[in-house]
Design a protein around this ligand. Structure first.
Ligand SMILES: [Cu+2]
Length: 107
């Protein structure tokens, strides 16, 4: 059987569409404010980027309890990025305000 060249090309192009579970990496922002992280808990997909953004007049950190990341002290207007590579549950705190807590869930 001979395939028409255009049909052959179309069948090759259709292959990626079969993998519908492939996720386009997204970026999620968490605000650091006077009342804590917003949102406090955030669920993301593997490969996504989380960006912490300090909008407060006070310096904060986003410090992983498990040692996966540490933003260091972020002044107002500063951002910190972390790419969520591995599924799991990642609690974190602000190292200067230990009651300020959050969780990232990576699916
Ligand atoms: Cu803080």
């Amino acid at each position: 059987m001979r395939l028409h060249p255009l049909i052959f090309v179309a069948s090759i192009l259709a292959i990626p569409a079969a993998h519908s579970s492939v996720h386009t990496p997204a970026s999620h922002e968490i605000t650091m404010a006077a009342d804590g992280y917003r949102p406090t808990e955030l669920a993301v997909a593997r490969g996504d980027t989380i960006v912490w953004f300090n909008t407060d007049i006070v310096t904060h950190t986003a410090t992983s309890r498990g040692g996966f990341w540490d933003s260091g002290r972020l002044k107002r207007g500063r951002r910190f990025r972390w790419v969520a590579a591995t599924p799991g549950r990642y609690p974190y705190i602000c190292s200067t305000h230990r009651g300020m807590t959050g969780t990232i869930v990576v699916r």
